[in-house]
Design a protein around this ligand. Structure first.
Ligand code: SF4
Length: 275
């Protein structure tokens, strides 16, 4: 049907997208679906989700069955559960104690962008920036770099804690045109699949990243920098593309962003939607 679902073939890079909670909670995170879509766009990659059981004593699959494990991290309270997931799969949580027989442990998400150090002893790589830039880079370089983690430190947005302090430049998309289509199409695909109940209104449009207000207490505003606005014609184009397609694809539009009314084309967008 699409790049989102794919069967395993021998020789593929096996990637786990691990979320430290049960499936009901995890599947509501749009970010894990986007990571899966980004991964599966690579023909040599097989990916699957790994969640915790309801009682927190087991995982849906063993993390050891994968070459790479990507932890999608959103809350500090998830940190102990990440270590527990590794322990359940027989993986030493400390990167210094792991061997080449263990998966490459990669972590990313807003709290780690704000401060990766609490998880530095446990991650082989911490990704700093936008998934659309970082996931393809990880997959493109894995066949050459494998589990030689120091190699990845040259890549933009890759923090390798075992190397100690080193400069890391955030990897970010400058033009959101591809990103809004990626998120919108992923949500639509989910609505047509087995997670329909979660994404009942799939017309999700991410109109901006970052926030121009710059409140000093706001972590999301900080990690989302620099502020970027989606091109208004890209937004309109997606809506017009899906209008009239039936299947309830567009029965309302959700604009997402930290302060969507600050989009310089917000009034024009409102006129467009109400027109
Ligand atoms: S998202 Fe809200 S709290 Fe954060 S910087 Fe913007 S206006 Fe301030």
């Amino acid at each position: 049907m699409s790049a989102y679902r794919k069967s395993y073939r021998k020789g593929m890079i096996r990637v786990a997208i691990a979320y430290p909670s049960n499936s009901r909670v995890a599947l509501q995170s749009l970010s894990i679906h986007i990571i899966r879509r980004l991964l599966n766009e690579h023909s040599n990659v097989y990916s699957d989700f790994v969640f915790m059981s309801d009682d927190g004593k087991s995982t849906t699959k063993s993390l050891r069955d994968f070459d790479i494990v990507i932890f999608s991290v959103h809350y500090e309270l998830d940190y102990p559960r990440i270590l527990k997931m590794m322990g359940i799969s027989g993986i030493n949580p400390y990167s210094s104690q792991r061997t080449v027989d263990d998966p490459l442990i990669v972590m990313g998400g807003p709290t780690l962008m704000a401060n990766p150090e609490p998880m530095a002893p446990f991650a082989d790589i911490v990704l700093i920036g936008d998934a659309e830039m970082l996931i393809p880079a990880l997959i493109n370089y894995y066949p050459d770099y494998g589990k030689n983690v120091e190699e990845y430190a040259n890549l933009t947005g890759f923090y390798v804690p075992s190397l100690g302090k080193h400069d890391v430049t955030k990897a970010f998309v400058r033009d959101l045109s591809y990103s809004i289509k990626l998120i919108h199409d992923t949500a639509i695909e989910l609505s047509l699949g087995n997670v329909k109940s979660i994404f009942s209104n799939p017309a999700i449009l991410e109109v901006m990243r970052g926030c121009p207000r710059g409140c000093l207490f706001c972590m999301e505003g900080f990690v989302g920098r620099p502020v970027r606005f989606a091109d208004i014609n890209s937004i309109k184009g997606l809506v017009l593309r899906d209008l009239g397609k039936g299947e309830g694809l567009v029965n309302g539009v959700s604009l997402i962003g930290l302060s969507v009314t600050d989009h310089p084309g917000f009034k024009e967008l409102m006129s467009f939607f109400s027109g």
